[in-house]
Design a protein around this ligand. Structure first.
Ligand SMILES: NC(=O)c1ccc[n+]([C@@H]2O[C@H](COP(=O)([O-])OP(=O)(O)OC[C@H]3O[C@@H](n4cnc5c(N)ncnc54)[C@H](O)[C@@H]3O)[C@@H](O)[C@H]2O)c1
Length: 261
C-alpha cells in the first residue's frame, strides 16, 4: 500500500476525503492544528506550512502528496501570502528535495472567478482570479507547471468548485462536487500514469456547468453524483443574489466583492 501525505488534514474537505481514501492508502496526516479522530492506521504529524525544514520531515518517504492545506477563503494579503504562497512553495520544494514525485493540488474555481456565468470554458483559459485567494491558487497551479517542467514532478491541480453534501443555491448547481467524486479525482491524480502537469475542474456531473471538463474525462473521470438532483430545492432557496453585478453575474460569486470572509 502506498503512503500518502494529506496536508490540511484537520480541514473540512480532507475530513470528508479521509474515509474515502483510507481503503486504498496508508495516510500520513498533517496540519498546524490537531487532526480530529485519527484512526490507528493514520499517522499524524503536526507541521506549519511556513516551516520548510519541518515539511521536509513530513514528506520524507511518502509516495504522493495531497496538498489541501492553506487558507480557504478571502483574507488579507499577509494571511494568504503566508498560508498559500509560501505554504504551497514549501510543499513543492520539500517534495523536490525529498524525491516525492506526485502532488495533487487543491486549486479552486476562484482562479477563474471573474469569467461571466454565460461563458462555458475549457481549462486552458487565461486566469481571471476573483480574489487574493484565487490569485494564490493560480500561483499554486503555476508552481505545478514549473516543478513538472523543470524537476520532473507529476502534478494534478484540481480547480475545485464547492465540496458539500448537496448544492444549496444556483451557483453551486454549476460548480458543486460531492466528496466521493472529488476522492475519485484525487485517486486519478495519485495513480494515473500519464500525469505530468494537468489542470482539471473539480465538479460532479452538473447539467448547469460553466466548465468543459474534457481534461478530466480524458484521464478516466466518471462522476457519479449530479447537482441537478437537488435543483428544485436549490433554486427555491434563492440564496445567492447580492445585488452587486460583479458577484451576481460572474462565476466566483461573493468572492468577486469580498475583501475578507
Ligand atoms: N471547501 C471547498 O469546497 C473548496 C473549494 C475549492 C478549493 N478548496 C481548497 O481545498 C482545500 C481544503 O478546503 P477546506 O474547505 O477543507 O478548508 P479548511 O479551511 O477547512 O482546511 C484547511 C486546513 O489547512 C490548515 N492550514 C491553514 N494554514 C496552514 C498553515 N500555515 N500550516 C499548516 N496548516 C494550515 C488549516 O488548519 C485547516 O485545517 C483548501 O486548500 C481550499 O482552498 C476548497
Amino acid at each position: 500500500m502506498k503512503t500518502i501525505l494529506i496536508t490540511g488534514a484537520a480541514g473540512g474537505v480532507t475530513t470528508m476525503l479521509r474515509p474515502l481514501l483510507r481503503p486504498f492508502y496508508r495516510l500520513r496526516l498533517s496540519d498546524r492544528v490537531a487532526v480530529p479522530s485519527p484512526t490507528v492506521d493514520e499517522d499524524v504529524v503536526q507541521a506549519e506550512l511556513g516551516d520548510l525544514s519541518a515539511l521536509r520531515r513530513v514528506v520524507a518517504g511518502v509516495d504522493g502528496i495531497v496538498h489541501f492545506g492553506g487558507y480557504s477563503r478571502e483574507a488579507d494579503w499577509a494571511t494568504i501570502h503566508d498560508a498559500n504562497i509560501v505554504g504551497a512553495y514549501n510543499v513543492f520544494e520539500a517534495a523536490r528535495l525529498e524525491g516525492v514525485k506526485r502532488i495533487v493540488f487543491a486549486s479552486s474555481n476562484h482562479v477563474v472567478g471573474f469569467y461571466p456565468r454565460t461563458q462555458t470554458m475549457p481549462i486552458e483559459v487565461t486566469v481571471r482570479p476573483d480574489s487574493r485567494y484565487g490569485l494564490s491558487k493560480a500561483f499554486g497551479e503555476a508552481l505545478g507547471s514549473l516543478y513538472a517542467d523543470k524537476y520532473g514532478l507529476e502534478v494534478l491541480s484540481i480547480r475545485i468548485g464547492h465540496v458539500l453534501p448537496k448544492p444549496f443555491d444556483k451557483r453551486r448547481l454549476a460548480i458543486w462536487i460531492s466528496a466521493r467524486d472529488l476522492a475519485q479525482l484525487v485517486r486519478i491524480g495519485l495513480e494515473h500514469p500519464e500525469i505530468r502537469n494537468q489542470v482539471i475542474y473539480g465538479m460532479s456531473d452538473n447539467k448547469r456547468a460553466w466548465w468543459d471538463n474534457s481534461n478530466a474525462f480524458r484521464l478516466g473521470y466518471k462522476p457519479v453524483d449530479r447537482s441537478e438532483d437537488y435543483a428544485a430545492e436549490a433554486i427555491a432557496a434563492d440564496r445567492d443574489t447580492t445585488g452587486d453585478p460583479r458577484a451576481d453575474l460572474n462565476q466566483g460569486g461573493e468572492f468577486c466583492i469580498a475583501e475578507t470572509m
